[in-house]
Design a protein around this ligand. Structure first.
Ligand SMILES: [Zn+2]
Length: 131
């Protein structure tokens, strides 16, 4: 089985979620998540395949400060969009996230404060299938 066509850029890779694979039961893998139109999470699978080393992330903790969270868009039934500013190494970074329609600023703030680095914040971005 070839996984070549799934090779992503480093930037794209940072938007992948990390967690347990439902196919091989390994923890801490880059995942390919699937959501249905109601935002329900169906299954996760090692992004590059269960036997691929590329599916295993190597990341360190970063000391970031959360500056602001601003809602920029909310659709009637699918999703909300957010602009998050963090301070990292004296630089301000802006991260755009798509979340479910039911997301709140307080809920998103809680999730962000549990992240270990900016990549984990990026991975809070949800891919929502509209069909
Ligand atoms: Zn797997």
């Amino acid at each position: 089985m070839s996984t070549d066509k799934y090779q992503l850029s480093e930037v794209e890779e940072k938007t992948l979620s990390i967690g347990k694979c439902d196919f091989c039961d390994a923890e801490e893998r880059y995942l390919k998540p699937l959501h249905d139109k109601y935002g329900d999470h169906i299954l996760d699978r090692c992004f590059y395949g269960c036997e691929e080393e590329r599916s295993i992330p190597k990341e360190r903790k970063e000391n970031f400060e959360l500056l602001s969270i601003e809602e920029t868009y909310r659709s009637q039934c699918h999703e909300s969009k957010w602009e998050v500013s963090i301070k990292l190494n004296d630089k301000t970074l802006t991260i755009h996230l798509t979340r479910l329609n039911s997301e709140t600023e307080a809920g998103l703030r809680r999730e962000i404060l549990q992240c270990r680095n900016r990549h984990e914040i990026n991975r809070l971005n949800l891919i929502i299938f509209h069909n």
